[in-house]
Ligand binder design. Structure first.
Ligand SMILES: Cc1cc2nc3c(=O)[nH]c(=O)nc-3n(C[C@H](O)[C@H](O)[C@H](O)COP(=O)(O)OP(=O)(O)OC[C@H]3O[C@@H](n4cnc5c(N)ncnc54)[C@H](O)[C@@H]3O)c2cc1C
Length: 433
C-alpha cells in the first residue's frame, strides 16, 4: 500500500503565484539558488542593500515549497541545549550565540509578517518542551535551568495544569519559555515570496545542475539555460552534497509528518477547548506535536537517514506510526483521522553547526540548521546577503565565529555509523514518540 505525499500546510494554503521556468542565458548581479526561508531572506536583503541590482532567485521545484513549507511551523527562539555541556565555557558561549541568533530570526520574521501583512496564522505563544516519561524529567529541568541562565523566563508546568493547557494527560512535565512563535509554514513561505521587492526575479521548476567558475564570474547551469553572475548564494539546505558542496560536512535526514482533520465539537468538549499549542520533545527523536489554529493536530515523530527519500510505501508505514502517536495522546484520534501525510528533508551536521561561509570568491553557502531552520533560515539568509554586500554587524560576527560543521567520514562508513546512532536515538526516544 502506498500513501500520497501531500503537505497539509500547502494543501490548505491559498494558491501561490507561479513563476516561470528559466530558459536561455541571463546575467545577474546576484543569483540565489534555493527559494526556502534562507534564499528568500537573502534575496530580500540584497534588494534592500542594492536597490539597482539585478537579483535572481531560482528553485528546482516550487519557491517556498521545500522544507520551508513542510516543517512543523515552530519559529524556535529557545532551542534545547541538546548534548551541549554548559559547564564548558566554549559550549556555553556557542549555546548563547545560537540563542541570540534564533531570537533575532524570530524578530525578523515577526517584523516581516507585520510589515507585509502576511497571513500565516502567526502566534506569539510560549513554546513547551514536554515529556511523558520520568526518565526525561531531569533533561527538562536542565533545559529550564539553561534557559534561565540565558535570562529567559522559563517555568515548569506539570500534572493537571499541563493536562488542562494541552487537553491531553499524556505529558507529565513541561518547560514553558517565551520568545518563539507558531505559524502555518506554507502560508509564511508563500507570503514571503509574494512580497519580495520587485527587483528580485524568481524562477522555479528549474533545478541547478552545476555551478562553475568561468573567467571572473560564476556560471549557474540549468537544463534549458544558464546564468552568469559575480555572486552566487547557495541556499539549498539538504541538497548541498548534490551540487558537490559540503559532502563531508552535512547530510540529509528524512522526516515525516501528518495533519489530522479538524477536531469535532464533541472532541473539543472532551479536551476542554485549549488554546493552540506546540510541544517539542526533550529527546531529539521524540514527537513534535501541535494543536493548530484551525483545530487540527500535527504530529512529526520520525526521522531517518534515507538519502534517496521516502517513497509511498514507506510513507504509509510512517503514517501508521503517526496514528499510534496521536492515539497515545488523544484516544479518539488514530490513523483514520489523518488528512495529510508528507515527508521533508533537513540538513544535519555532526556538531549541529550551520554552514555559513564564503567558500570561494563570490560563492556563498548558507544552510543546514537541523530542524530549526524557520527562524534560523530567516536571519542567516539575511546575514549571508550582508556578507555578500560587504557589510559588518555584531550578529554577523557572531555567526562567522561559530564553529563550523565537523567532518563526517566518507560513505559507506558514514552510512553504517549514522544508522547505528539513529537507531540508538530512536530507542531512547521510544516512550516520547
Ligand atoms: C517535517 C519537518 C519538520 C520541521 N519542523 C521544523 C520546525 O518546526 N521549526 C523549524 O525551525 N524547522 C523545522 N524544520 C526544518 C526547516 O524546515 C528547515 O531547516 C528550513 O526550512 C530550511 O530552510 P532553507 O531555506 O535553508 O531550506 P529549504 O526550505 O529546504 O529550501 C531549499 C530550497 O532549495 C531548493 N533546491 C535544492 N536543490 C536545488 C537545486 N539543485 N537547484 C535549485 N534549487 C534547489 C529546494 O527545492 C528548496 O526549495 C522541519 C523540517 C521538516 C522536513
Amino acid at each position: 500500500m502506498s500513501c500520497p505525499d501531500i503537505c497539509g500546510w500547502s494543501a490548505l494554503a491559498p494558491e501561490a503565484a507561479r513563476f516561470s521556468v528559466l530558459k536561455g542565458a541571463l546575467q545577474a548581479d546576484y543569483v540565489i539558488i534555493g527559494g526556502g526561508f534562507t534564499g528568500l531572506a537573502a534575496a530580500r536583503r540584497l534588494a534592500e542593500g542594492e536597490p539597482q541590482a539585478r537579483i535572481i532567485l531560482i528553485d528546482g521545484k516550487r519557491i517556498g515549497g521545500g522544507a520551508s513549507a513542510r516543517n512543523s511551523g515552530f519559529a524556535v527562539a529557545n532551542e534545547s541545549p541538546g548534548h551541549a555541556r554548559l559547564d564548558n565555557p566554549e559550549e556555553l558561549a556557542a549555546f548563547m550565540a545560537m540563542n541570540r541568533i534564533d531570537h533575532a530570526g524570530v524578530a525578523e520574521l515577526r517584523r516581516l509578517v507585520k510589515d507585509n501583512r502576511i497571513s500565516c496564522q502567526w502566534e506569539d505563544t510560549a513554546s513547551i518542551h514536554a515529556a511523558h516519561d520520568p526518565k526525561n524529567f531531569n533533561k527538562l529541568r536542565d533545559h529550564a535551568e539553561a534557559f534561565r541562565g540565558l535570562g529567559l523566563d522559563a517555568r515548569l508546568i506539570e500534572g493537571a495544569d499541563l493536562a488542562k493547557r494541552l487537553g491531553t494527560g499524556f505529558y507529565e512535565l513541561g518547560v514553558e519559555s517565551r520568545g518563539g512563535a507558531l505559524l502555518q509554514p506554507a502560508m509564511l513561505a508563500r507570503g514571503l515570496a509574494a512580497t519580495l521587492p520587485e527587483t528580485v526575479l524568481c524562477f522555479e521548476d528549474t533545478p541547478v545542475q552545476k555551478i562553475s567558475r568561468a573567467g571572473g564570474s560564476w556560471k549557474v547551469q540549468v537544463a534549458g539555460g544558464s546564468l552568469s553572475t559575480p555572486h552566487v548564494i547557495v541556499a539549498v539546505n539538504a541538497f548541498f552534497p548534490r551540487l558537490g558542496l559540503k559532502r563531508l560536512r552535512v547530510f540529509p535526514l528524512a522526516l515525516t509528518a501528518s495533519l489530522t482533520r479538524p477536531l469535532t465539537a464533541a472532541e473539543e468538549d472532551e479536551i476542554g477547548h485549549p488554546e493552540p499549542w506546540g510541544v517539542l520533545s526533550p529527546q531529539s527523536f521524540g514527537a513534535t506535536m501541535r494543536l493548530t489554529q484551525d483545530r487540527r493536530v500535527l504530529i512529526r515523530n520520525t526521522a531517518e537517514y534515507r538519502p534517496s527519500g521516502i517513497d509511498g510505501a514507506l510513507l504509509m508505514a510512517r503514517r501508521k506510526q503517526h496514528g499510534e502517536g496521536l492515539n497515545k495522546r488523544f484516544p479518539f484520534l488514530d490513523e483514520s483521522a489523518i488528512a495529510y501525510s508528507w515527508s521533508g528533508t533537513i540538513c544535519v551536521s555532526r556538531n549541529a553547526r550551520p554552514v555559513f561561509e564564503q567558500s570561494q570568491p563570490g560563492l556563498y553557502l548558507c544552510g543546514g540548521y537541523n530542524a530549526a531552520g524557520v527562524s534560523r533560515g530567516a536571519i542567516m539568509g539575511r546575514l549571508i546577503a550582508e556578507l555578500a554586500l560587504g557589510g559588518q554587524s555584531e550578529l554577523l560576527s557572531h555567526v562567522l565565529n561559530l564553529a563550523k560543521p565537523n567532518l563526517i567520514p566518507p560513505r559507506p562508513f558514514f552510512d553504517i555509523g549514522v544508522r547505528l546512532r539513529l537507531a540508538a536515538a530512536r530507542t531512547a526516544a521510544q516512550s516520547e514518540r
